[in-house]
Design a protein around this ligand. Structure first.
Ligand code: OAD
Length: 249
């Protein structure tokens, strides 16, 4: 794998680096992506499993699917791509990590500050009154827990299709895209908005845009550097090169 010298030079001088991650970053931890040929949306219908209408028409089906995904995620470990992103937090004067992932593997790898655009699959809240729910979720017969305050159904704290992204998270992500010198788009198909807009905001604002993805995406024609490699291979190599150039190795 070739990492362009110009990219390493730009990163070595950069004051502010931002990175947007997607499901591809967790692929090497054994968590399936959504839109790859063997991805979740090839097998399951996102409108049935990840939308308000889907939840209302069959809450048990949605709950069971999330309980299954939680089991997979709870057993997964961060991979070298997650660890490299945690190192980047210390490597650049300013660094923002923005993720579409709900698996919390960035935090498990040691990233201190993570902007979660699509919520997370670990926490739950009441569908009706929105209060956070901290009670037991593994009920006998896979029953859906109910809100102790209003009796509403409990749901995972992920963002579903048709829902707005958390306002503060999106605002901070857009601000980082506007202000950074280098913007990484890593392991995302760049097809889901508004996240997919962030690299374009960065580009319009004068940042160098780098894509780390073994495949071609909707963003590829607009990037300054394309690293056609998996994130677990490319990101540690990039960190090592920048450290060498900064005299830290
Ligand atoms: P996608 O499944 O759409 O895209 C995953 C991307 O990762 C693809 O472009 C792959 O080529 C790439 N990829 C696969 N393996 C990789 C690896 N080892 N290293 C680097 N890249 C790899 O996933 P997202 O773009 O994250 O939304 O999808 C965005 C949103 O759509 C998700 O957050 C989810 C989904 O519906 C919600 O749940 C709200």
């Amino acid at each position: 794998m070739e990492i362009p010298d110009d990219l390493i030079d730009a990163l070595t001088c950069a004051n502010f680096v931002a990175a947007l991650t997607g499901a591809g970053v967790s692929a090497e931890s054994g968590i399936k992506t959504f839109r790859d040929p063997d991805g979740l949306w090839a097998k399951f219908n996102p409108m049935e499993l990840a939308s308000i209408d889907g939840f209302l028409s069959n809450p048990q089906r949605v709950w069971d699917w999330y309980q299954y995904r939680r089991e997979v995620i709870n057993n997964a470990k961060p991979n070298p791509g997650h660890y490299a992103l945690a190192e980047m937090e210390k490597l650049f004067p300013q660094f923002t990590l923005i993720t579409q992932n709900v698996d919390r593997l960035h935090q498990k790898a040691g990233s201190k500050k993570v902007i979660e655009l699509h919520g997370n699959i670990i926490e739950n809240h009441c569908f009706q009154c929105k209060r956070p729910f901290e009670g037991e979720t593994a009920l006998p017969d896979g029953e859906i827990p109910k809100c102790p305050s209003c009796g509403g159904l409990i749901r995972p704290s992920v963002v579903w299709f048709g829902e707005l992204l958390p306002f503060d998270a999106l605002t901070e992500a857009e601000q980082s895209a506007t202000e950074c010198n280098v913007f990484f788009s890593i392991g995302t198909s760049a097809e889901v908005y508004p996240a997919a807009n962030l690299p374009l905001i960065a580009k319009r604002s004068g940042a160098l845009v780098v894509e780390v993805n073994p495949n071609y995406t909707a963003l590829t024609p607009y990037v300054d550097f394309k690293i056609s490699e998996t994130s677990a291979v490319a990101l540690p190599a990039i960190v090592e090169e920048v450290k060498r150039k900064k005299g830290l190795l």
